[in-house]
Design a protein around this ligand. Structure first.
Ligand code: HAM
Length: 425
């Protein structure tokens, strides 16, 4: 097929969100914002692009920064990047505005990573996330994990595994990186050539490699849990106690170091066993007690998570949960007289908070009734020549036991419709 010069398509790795999928998207967003705001979190929205330096703090050795970031220079030659994740930008906002702590915020929006697109992996994807900034209390770790759990439960997912680990504090990390470096150096020849340089520069990142020979070496590497200081161990124990107390099932995964450099203490992921393992992480998060200071703010601890909306909905598809909520249309106005009644009535119904719609272009009665039926509306209001002359409207119930059509005076119709729809309308 010849491609016309001006027939554009979405860039690779991006998608158009369109009805009916968009209503499911809105419904899941409502669930997330409900869960977050019931726990005292408020919306924060940062720019989609920032000074590239904000995101360098995620770690120069990470794939997210080193290979996948959309970097560009603006017209004044400033180095910028499309945000690859939310946490660094939110910590930048905290350092800039210094709000009172605890600062409990949630966010939702698009993020950008130049990855190889596949099922569940996009170049523009969307996350819901929360960040709780200002306290080191392990009960906040539990609160944040519980919020992620609650969102997944509310969309009806059951095949979800929570894995947790602790990265310890700065001391743990230094001692672990030393031990890991010694171990990896000893097995350098077995590590995939592409990964060898990282042994010297970022030994922790060798553990994220997907290359089989590197993975085999990583699987036998010393584990960070063996290096936890007693304070770090106490923090982790308290988190585990909290999860048990809330009856949130979890597994400890000593190899869970996550692909971003800023983590300290608790790290966690919710993984779906209904999705393929390469893209089965629905939600990832953890503590980042040093990040705000690195971004020029006061030393302030924080913890949060990011949940991939596309993946969340793919997991729902795989488990056949959270179907499209369907149409919200309540009333369809059918006007086969001159269209004026449909114009005025839909407007008045909407002003009363009723979801109302109509056809245009003087369609036939048959065609308008078909639209009414397809819309999912409960009620059709019909105006023909007779009704127009009599200043009346015919009411036809479209669902359930179809009661006979009734006729109501035009100036009574709004009250009548409201009564028929009941108190929830
Ligand atoms: P992350 O693990 O890089 O963490 O991403 C979180 C989630 O975003 C993933 O679990 C996945 O569901 C989704 N995701 C990531 N990349 C893609 C992609 N290319 N296509 C589709 N979905 C994707 C963060 O971003 C951290 N900011 C999380 C966090 C918040 N840590 C502390 N606070």
């Amino acid at each position: 097929m010849s491609k016309k010069a001006n027939s554009f398509r979405t860039p690779i790795g991006t998608r158009d969100l369109m009805p009916p999928e968009s209503s499911r998207w809105e419904a899941v967003t409502e669930i997330f914002t409900g869960v977050a705001s019931r726990a005292g979190f408020s919306l924060v929205d940062t720019p989609i692009f920032e000074d590239v330096g904000v995101f360098s703090r995620i770690g120069e050795g990470t794939d997210v920064v080193g290979k996948e970031m959309y970097e560009f220079r603006d017209r004044s030659d400033r180095p910028m990047a499309l945000r690859p994740e939310g946490t660094a930008a939110i910590c930048r906002a905290f350092a800039q505005h210094r709000p009172l702590v605890p600062w409990k915020v949630y966010y939702k929006g698009p993020y950008f990573r130049y990855e190889a697109p596949q099922a569940g992996r996009f170049r523009q994807f969307h996350q819901f996330g929360v960040e709780s900034i200002g306290s080191d209390d392990p009960d906040i770790d539990v609160e944040v994990i519980a919020l992620g759990w609650e969102v997944l439960r509310n969309v009806g997912l059951e095949q979800v595994l929570l894995v947790v680990n602790s990265m310890g504090d700065a001391d743990t990390r230094t001692r672990y990186e030393g031990a890991l470096h010694t171990y990896l150096t000893g097995r350098l020849s077995e590590i995939d050539e592409e990964d060898r340089a990282k042994v010297e520069t970022h030994p922790l990142r060798v553990l994220d490699s997907k290359r089989p020979s590197t993975q085999a070496v990583a699987n036998e590497a010393p584990q960070i849990g063996e290096f936890l200081t007693s304070e770090a161990q106490q923090h982790f124990d308290r988190v585990k106690d909290g999860l048990n107390s809330l009856s949130i099932p979890f597994t400890i995964e000593p190899k869970l170091v996550r692909g971003l450099d800023y983590y300290t203490h608790t790290t966690f992921e919710f993984q779906s066993s209904a999705l393929e393992s390469a893209q089965n992480t629905l939600c990832g998060g953890g503590r980042y007690n040093g990040l705000i200071e690195e971004l020029g703010g006061p030393a302030t601890p924080g913890i949060g998570f990011g949940m991939g909306i596309e993946r969340l909905l793919l997991a729902c598809d795989a488990e056949e949960s959270f179907p499209d909520p369907g149409s919200k249309t309540q009333v369809w106005v059918v006007d086969v007289a001159n269209g004026h009644s449909a114009r005025d009535l839909t407007h008045q119904l909407r002003q009363r908070g009723i979801v109302a719609d109509r056809n245009f272009d003087n369609r036939s009665m048959r065609s308008q009734m078909r639209s009414a039926d397809r819309s999912g509306a409960e009620i059709a209001l019909i105006i023909g020549e007779q009704e127009l002359a009599d200043q009346t409207v015919a009411i036809r119930m479209l669902r359930g036991d179809k009661a006979p059509q009734t006729v109501v005076a035009r100036d009574e119709i709004l009250n009548q419709v409201q009564q028929l729809l009941g108190p929830e309308s």
